[in-house]
Ligand binder design. Structure first.
Ligand code: SF4
Ligand code: SF4
Ligand code: SF4
Length: 199
């Protein structure tokens, strides 16, 4: 037999629902910053709805470039795979796609896929400070970096696929660490946050 809830129980139930609704609302309106996903995960809506946070992609990556997003990124993104180019770079080997059980990471065309876009950081790039550094230019496998007339690196956005090797090898972090620097001179950013330094 159904019984009517007491007023106190009713208030508890509706209060709980309001909290949940409020939390849901907050989750919906909180802005999610763009994250760098492994190749094949660039359709963010499809990716986030399919990723199981199972960690298979991260465990199989031969260059250890895949890390985990944190709660501070957003509740929705926590423990999803993100590219950490201070750890490694992407050689587009396809292994992460092969092990993904849900096709959150979809098969990609290695000739056209773009994880992100490298952008030169004028404040930290050694070449912008004192000229002479060409580490990223020499490392880029896709010849996407050239020097302008002042010896500053420039990124060709058509050639750069966001592999992250330039960020991985950039020495600015080490050389400036004694004055508190913690950012490399070139970083890969999501396409939606394209920097001004790409050409
Ligand atoms: S394609 Fe290969 S190197 Fe790139 S993230 Fe996937 S497993 Fe790592
Ligand atoms: S393998 Fe696929 S489902 Fe598992 S964490 Fe990676 S992207 Fe998500
Ligand atoms: S991320 Fe860096 S190394 Fe990779 S293609 Fe772009 S400019 Fe070249």
């Amino acid at each position: 037999m159904l019984t009517c809830p007491t007023r106190r129980t009713f208030l508890k139930m509706t209060g709980g629902a309001a909290v949940l609704l409020g939390l849901g609302g907050a989750l919906t309106v909180l802005p999610r910053k763009a994250l760098l996903r492994p190749p094949g995960g660039q359709d963010e809506a499809a990716f986030i709805s399919r990723c199981l946070r199972c960690d298979r992609c991260r465990s199989v990556c031969p260059t250890a470039v895949i890390g985990l997003a944190h709660l501070s990124d957003s509740i929705l993104d926590a423990r999803t795979p993100v590219m950490k180019f201070h750890l490694g770079y992407c050689n587009f080997c396809n292994k992460c796609v092969e092990v993904c059980p849900t096709q959150a990471l979809k098969p990609f065309d290695s000739k056209t896929v773009k994880i992100g876009l490298a952008t030169v950081q004028k404040d930290t790039c050694i070449a912008w400070d004192s000229r002479g550094c060409m580490v990223c230019l020499n490392a880029c496998p896709y010849h996407a970096i050239t020097l302008d007339g002042q010896g500053h690196p420039r990124v060709d956005s058509h050639k750069c696929n966001g592999c992250g090797l330039c960020e991985k090898v950039c020495p600015a972090l080490v050389m400036r660490s004694y004055i508190g620097g913690n950012v490399r001179g070139i970083v890969v950013t999501p396409i939606s946050r394209k920097g001004d330094d790409s050409v």
